[in-house]
Ligand binder design. Structure first.
Ligand SMILES: Cc1cc2nc3c(=O)[nH]c(=O)nc-3n(C[C@H](O)[C@H](O)[C@H](O)COP(=O)(O)O)c2cc1C
Length: 498
């Protein structure tokens, strides 16, 4: 069996058995939340960028902003920066713009910025430090010239951050988080009217490009793997030539990555899975523009995006138009994921299980389902109260029952059976959808929560899905959040004096 198939099979959760992990949270060895390069000079970014743009204008074409240190700073702030600080008694922790499983944030960003923008002679490599909102200067490339007004961003993952909590299933969480982080970059590029395009480079080539292959600079269990490189351009590039970056390699440099943990649990299957995609290119298709109705300030929506801990069941009622806006908001070219919806409280729809068709793949489900189309692309499969069903499928989490609706993302995995990178791409697509759903839900006054914990085969059996070519890769839920009055929410970056 292919490694991806084997990995997915082995990391399924069952009612009576969870995927292999420690089985408890080893708080004493929780990874430090921030990657940093202590020896590197830091370029502190301004925090004052103001945007009057409304959410319903965010995804439309617009006049691009100038590319300078200030605008690159706000690009990172509204993509991967801090969104808020939560306080409970004497404890406090930061939340970020991009959602991340367990708030563990395995995704890191590096950028290569033309010397002219940062007052240097050469194009320069930086690491983005979200807590300090600073660029850590790592390396100067000789004779590297980037096309037009543009810079490169490489996203990477520190898998161990998730391994600490999720054990063998952590690879899935990292790939979902990668999708969230990528969509957050796309949205921040939209804020500036910039274009973001994935480069045709393998993970290994992306790693060479920013020096992540210099293993001696990292704690061995905390190695970072590059996921993708993107070109962010002020004007739509005519043709993006990845070749100019393909053989660029960082010579050895001295900045060492900080140590995040003092003790490690190892899971070999995760390392095998991670290694299996290194020579491959993660390919990305375009997300389509769609009509948004919210006139809220775009940056407010971005910073207010939050995972609900609990939903207010009585008030989690949604209009059908709003549901359709959410579903239409995540259309993309060549989608590989369809949705199964557990509708609890959407006016105009009877409670039940529905199918929302996004992809052109054949999805064979149980014959006894109804398959009546009730709105464009939305088919009712079975009617009835499905709150308990949704909760049971989502590892007994109440949020899946108390919401307006929950959903399961069903991915076509035929090609993943022969090429592991396709499996990673399905998780990536699910994460990208998740980040956009969070934002759209927030813009309409709702909250959302991504659900990585679900009983895989319980859902497959209920639907009668064909295994292994169709698999659930992510659950999600949307409703009206219940606020926890014991928690205080403070603005981010209060710790910075600038
Ligand atoms: C891939 C993924 C899986 C998640 N799974 C769960 C889950 O099973 N249950 C849950 O309550 N929250 C889940 N979350 C929500 C995270 O815990 C939340 O994003 C994190 O605590 C950060 O909070 P924020 O989203 O408000 O920034 C998940 C988030 C992501 C991105």
């Amino acid at each position: 069996m292919n490694i991806a198939c084997n990995y997915h099979e082995r990391t399924k959760h069952y009612y009576n058995r969870y995927a292999k992990s420690l089985g408890y949270l080893d708080w004493a060895h929780k990874p430090h939340p921030y990657r940093s390069y202590e020896d590197a000079p830091r370029l502190f970014l301004p925090l004052d960028g103001e945007f009057s743009l409304r959410y319903n204008e965010l995804f439309a074409n617009k006049e691009p902003n100038v590319m300078d240190v200030r605008s690159i700073g706000s690009f990172f702030r509204y993509a991967l920066g801090l969104a808020a600080v939560k306080k409970f008694g004497s404890e406090s922790w930061e939340l970020r713009v991009n959602a991340s499983s367990g708030n563990l944030h395995p995704s890191e960003a590096y950028c290569i910025v033309p010397g002219s923008i940062v007052s240097k002679e050469d194009a320069t490599l930086f690491h983005y430090h979200s807590y300090l909102h600073a660029l850590e200067e790592l390396y100067a490339y000789e004779a590297l010239s980037l096309p037009g007004e543009s810079f490169v961003v490489v996203l990477s993952s520190i898998i161990y951050k998730e391994m600490w909590k999720y054990g063998e299933r952590c690879y899935r969480y990292c790939a979902l988080d990668f999708g969230h982080a990528y969509r957050a970059l796309e949205v921040a590029a939209n804020l500036h009217g910039w274009h973001l395009q994935a480069l045709d480079l393998s993970e290994q080539e992306c790693g060479h490009l920013v020096g992540l292959d210099q293993k001696e600079r990292f704690e061995q269990a905390e190695l970072e793997g590059a996921d993708i490189a993107v070109l962010v351009s002020r004007h739509m590039p005519k043709n993006v030539k990845s070749d100019i970056l393909r053989n660029v390699k960082v010579e050895t440099f001295q900045a060492f990555a900080n140590r995040l943990c003092s003790y490690y649990q190892k899971y070999e299957i995760v390392e095998q899975m991670d290694a299996s995609t290194k020579a491959s290119v993660v390919s990305v298709t375009q997300m389509q523009q769609s009509q948004k109705s919210s006139e809220a300030k775009a940056t407010d929506v971005i910073l207010r995006r939050r995972s609900a801990q609990a939903f207010d069941m009585e008030n989690s009622k949604m209009a059908l138009d709003e549901l359709m806006e959410l579903l239409n908001g995540v259309q993309m070219e060549n989608p590989q994921i369809d949705f199964i919806l557990y509708i609890h409280n959407v006016s105009g729809l009877l409670p039940g299980v529905y199918l929302y068709k996004r992809s052109s793949m054949t999805l064979r489900l149980k014959e006894e389902f109804l398959y009546d189309e009730v709105a464009s692309g939305l088919f009712v499969l079975a009617l009835g109260d499905v709150r308990v069903l949704a909760k049971n499928f989502s590892c007994m989490q109440d949020i899946a029952a108390d919401s307006a609706f929950a959903l399961s993302m069903i991915a076509g995995c035929e090609d993943a059976l022969s090429e592991p990178v396709r499996y990673k791409e399905r998780l990536f697509e699910a994460g990208r959808i998740g980040q956009q759903l969070y934002l759209d839900a927030t813009s309409l006054g709702y909250s959302a929560t991504g659900i990585g914990c679900f009983y895989d085969d319980a859902i497959h059996n209920f639907l009668g899905l064909e295994l292994p070519s169709r698999q659930v890769v992510y659950n999600f839920t949307v409703g009206k959040a219940l606020r926890d009055a014991r928690l205080q929410t403070l603005p981010p970056y209060g710790h910075l004096k600038r």
